[in-house]
Design a protein around this ligand. Structure first.
Ligand code: ADP
Ligand code: MG
Length: 692
């Protein structure tokens, strides 16, 4: 058991108010609210406390507090619990213009509890990577005790139902499966546009309806696919109530007054529920069912949920009485205990469970394909499936109600017929006349009637006595009684067996005998006429009821047709989805094949790469060795080159020397040759000379 967490928040003083100067929590009038940590007290200007007007809460915030601070103190922890499987509710209570909507919705600069909670839910979900989540949202208002869907204009005057699996729920309410905070905020904007706003003297755009924003969070362990696994289902309600001020103060009249009555009625019941729950003993019957608001919020009030209440108050002196009322409500709420536990279910009531296997399979297959917008495809499929289910439930429920209505009408009709029979058997004795009263379905013989007067004239067991008839009835009356059928009274033949006629006789005999026959005739005639009129009216009623029954039967038929059409549509939708699924499966199989081939190829390439890397290593080693050799050889070359260069230089020098020597030799040779030729010439000459 844990207590409801209660905070009081004073808004900043309104500068246009009559007593604008703030002191402590509020305005500087004759009396003022003073905040002291978690206590708020009403003080006289002279600082003396007003008796019985001091209250303590979990938190008290003055006009300077931001929505962020309020959220951190009251809601942040709650969101963690909701994502973990606990139900959670946060609502703002207070008079109009005290800051409820500001606290719940906030402004762009300082977002309120709802946008902060939405973002926190998705952040927390992202962090819990061991679980799979399915989140759906709905947004409704209670306006004049009627529940309207704010996410769709068709969803008006919705009914509350209760089932073992789903508990208390609003039938036909649109639920949108979502996967991002932005998507939820867009839906909230759409809902906001549909809200009813009224105008009163107190607040030009004051809200005249209670709004309930609801997030249903289902989750399961990621690696659990077995159908026996438990699914956690938790509900988060964020509620912005309509103003709790007295009607007189708003100057409301007409439609506004009517709205005020309804608002006050449901807030009054909320107050009663809180009062009863805050009692420590003899709680007795808790009137949850007396208003739609308390019925929907039942788990949050003394039930299986963690609840935070933010009571908003206006600091100005003119609002002191309303503020005091708000603080009294808040201090009673502080005494209420809840019993929250993680909601784990094993049945198919969890949407997540029904969708999980199929979608998971699809998701896994699609993940390999890098398909763009995969999340959107999955989300759309989920939404379609969920909508079909909701539509089927709604139609089944309508059909059930129609059936019940038809049974009630038929019962009503039977009762009416019984009553008619009783009336007619009291006043009319003839079975054929009785027959004329019956509905066409139960009529046995068509307008055939009549009796022979003479045969039963003395038999008091049968009636009407021909004598009596003879005395009181005349042709006109009989003609009317017999629907215009002209009857030969002499041929009247009474149908035996209706012993009540004796009582008729007794009744008539109860009339004083002294009554003159004419008067008696007139009286009886009048009675007959009035009975006939009653009979006619009853017949008309019967005819109307029959018509209604026929209309209902037609409606029932058309509903059944609609239902079967919807079923057919649902079937075709399922078939279409199945076909899409099959298509996707085929694609997935192809993708898988491709993937398998690609993987094999990659494996082969990897092996090749490894081999090549090995070869490369060997080659590199060889290269290194070669480089080493080259280095040694080049060193040898360099040495040789040096030697060669010196040899070359030497050879060059030698060559130079040789050249010089050669020239000398050549010149010597030339000299020699010349000398030789000279010698030859001289010897020739000498020979010649000798010869000579
Ligand atoms: P309610 O929903 O209770 O009728 P609103 O939230 O609409 O009241 O508040 C009435 C006005 O007071 C709005 O203009 C709102 O911006 C302003 N207001 C309320 N509370 C605060 C606050 N704490 N800080 C600043 N402005 C506030
Ligand atoms: Mg409001």
């Amino acid at each position: 058991m844990e207590k409801i967490s209660v905070a009081v928040r004073f808004r900043p003083p309104n500068p246009e108010a009559a007593d604008p100067s703030p002191a402590g929590a509020g305005g500087g009038g004759y009396r003022e609210w003073r905040i002291d940590n978690t206590r708020v007290s009403l003080l006289h200007r002279a600082a003396s406390p007003v008796p019985g007007a001091s209250f303590a809460f979990d938190h008290v915030f003055d006009g300077a507090a931001t929505n962020e601070r309020i959220y951190g103190a009251l809601v942040r922890e709650l969101i963690g619990a909701v994502v973990g499987g606990f139900n959670g509710t946060a609502f703002a209570y207070g008079q109009t213009s005290s800051g409820k909507t500001f606290t719940m919705n906030g402004s762009d600069a300082d977002p309120g509890i709802i946008p902060r909670a939405v973002r926190d839910v998705f952040d927390t979900v992202r962090q819990a990577d061991d679980r799979e989540f399915l989140i759906r949202v709905s947004y409704m208002e209670i306006y004049n005790e009627e529940i309207n869907d704010l996410l769709t204009i068709e969803g008006q005057k919705l009914r509350i139902h209760e089932s073992l699996e789903r508990g208390v729920y609003v039938a036909g309410l649109r639920e949108e499966i979502v996967n991002s905070a932005e998507q939820v905020l867009e839906l909230l904007q759409l809902g906001e546009a549909n809200r009813h706003f009224g105008e009163t003297n107190m607040n030009v755009r004051s809200s005249r309806s209670h709004t309930i924003f609801r997030m249903v969070i289902e989750s399961s362990g990621k690696d659990q696919t077995d159908s026996g696994d438990a699914i956690r289902v938790s509900v988060l309600n964020l509620v912005d109530l309509a103003g709790s001020e007295r009607i007189m103060k708003t100057g409301a009249e007409g439609v506004r007054l009517n709205e005020g009555k309804y608002i006050n009625k449901s807030l009054m019941i909320l107050g009663n529920v809180i009062n009863k729950l805050s009692e420590t003993e003899n709680k007795g019957h808790i009137p949850y069912r007396d208003s739609k608001l308390t019925r929907i919020l039942q788990p949050a009030l003394g039930g299986n949920a963690k609840t935070s209440i933010i009571c908003t108050a206006a600091p100005e002196e003119i609002h002191i009485e309303e503020t005091r009322g708000t603080l009294q409500f808040a201090s009673r709420a502080k005494c209420v205990s809840n019993c929250a536990q993680v909601n784990e279910i094993l049945t198919d009531a969890a949407l997540l469970k029904r969708q999980k296997l199929e979608i998971e399979e699809l998701r896994k297959k699609l993940q390999g394909s890098h398909s763009e917008g995969l999340e959107q495809v999955v989300l759309k499929l989920r939404n379609d499936m969920h909508k079909s289910e909701l539509e089927r439930d709604r139609l089944a429920m309508e059909l059930e109600e129609e059936k019940k209505l038809r049974v009630t009408l038929e019962q009503h009709l039977t009762e009416q017929q019984k009553k008619l029979e009783a009336i007619s058997s009291d006043h009319f004795t003839d079975s054929i006349q009785l027959d004329a009263l019956k509905t066409p379905d139960s009529k046995s013989v068509p307008d055939g009637f009549v009796a022979c007067r003479s045969r039963y004239s003395n038999d008091v067991e049968f009636s009407p006595l021909p004598e009596n008839l003879d005395n009181i009835a005349h042709e006109d009356l009989w003609t009317r009684l017999n629907k215009g059928c002209v009857t030969d009274l002499d041929m009247l033949e009474m149908t035996p067996g209706l012993k009540r006629e004796a009582s008729f006789i007794q009744d008539t005999s109860a009339v004083p005998l002294e009554e003159p026959t004419d008067t008696r005739c007139h009286r009886l005639e009048k009675e007959c006429i009035s009975d006939w009129q009653q009979l006619e009216e009853s017949k008309a009623r019967c005819a109307n009821l029959e018509k209604e029954r026929d209309v209902l039967r037609d409606q029932n038929l058309s509903l059944q047709q609609e239902l079967s059409e919807s079923k057919r549509e649902a079937d075709s939708l399922v078939a279409e989805k199945q076909a899409q699924l099959d298509d996707l499966r085929v694609k997935c199989v192809a993708f898988e094949k491709d993937l398998y081939t690609a993987r094999q190829e990659a494996h082969r390439l990897a092996t090749e790469k490894q081999e090549l890397a090995g070869e490369l290593g060997t080659e590199r080693q060889k290269l290194d060795e070669l480089k080493q050799d080259i280095r040694v050889i080049s060193r040898g070359f360099l040495q040789r080159e040096g030697q060669l260069t010196s040899l070359y230089t030497k050879s060059k020098a030698i060559l130079e020397n040789c050249k010089t020597s050669q020239i000398m030799i050549m010149s010597l040779c030339v000299g020699y040759i010349c000398a030789g030729s000279l010698v030859k010439k001289f010897s020739g000459i000498s020979l010649a000379i000798s010869f000579l």
